[in-house]
Design a protein around this ligand. Structure first.
Ligand code: FES
Length: 173
């Protein structure tokens, strides 16, 4: 249960209709080469300007939950202080974020154990022992870089392909 829809600032659903739109679009472009239009239709645009440090929003990307979180300076510091080489899935915060935007953590909201939606994106939810996300299904703890630190999940929360299209908008996919 855990995540209740009303807890989320629902400012980011711009792309969800486009996903369904892809199915409609496909027959029309089936004679064309692999189409940028189709690829674009399955991407999600998220306005991140309203996300305050320490806050996250949940969006939808390819029908799965997507977390976009603006880290506080302390959360960035905590992520950078982690002993990277001894992590289960060693990655730095820098490797998991975009240059100049180390405080903007974009991950799938899908636990890499068995796919539950971790807690921690909505206000008041527990964030686990490492202050990032906590999966209540079997107790996986993710840190402020979305890296698995404790519990059964084998890998870090997935960082999808995305880019900043402006200072305040990211395009995922
Ligand atoms: Fe997240 Fe098992 S699905 S810990």
């Amino acid at each position: 249960d855990g995540i209740r829809r009303r807890d989320f600032l629902d400012i980011a659903a711009v792309g969800t209709a486009a996903v369904g739109g892809a199915a409609v679009l496909l027959p029309l472009v089936s004679q064309m080469a692999p189409s940028k239009d189709v690829l674009a239709a399955s991407s999600t645009e998220v306005d991140v300007s309203a996300i305050e440090p320490g806050q996250a929003i949940k969006a939808v990307f390819r029908k799965q939950p997507l977390f976009v979180r603006r880290l506080t300076p302390a959360e960035v510091q905590a992520a950078n202080a982690a002993p990277v080489s001894s992590l289960r899935d060693p990655e730095t915060l820098e490797e998991r974020t975009k240059e100049g935007h180390a405080d903007m953590l974009v991950t799938m909201g899908v636990c890499t154990h068995l796919g539950c939606v971790p807690l921690g994106a909505a206000e008041g939810e527990v964030k686990g022992e490492f202050g990032g996300y906590f999966c209540p299904c079997h107790g996986s703890h993710y840190d402020t870089a979305g890296r698995i630190r404790k519990g059964p999940a084998p890998t870090n929360l997935e960082v999808p392909e995305y880019e900043f299209t402006s200072d305040t908008v990211i395009q995922v996919g």
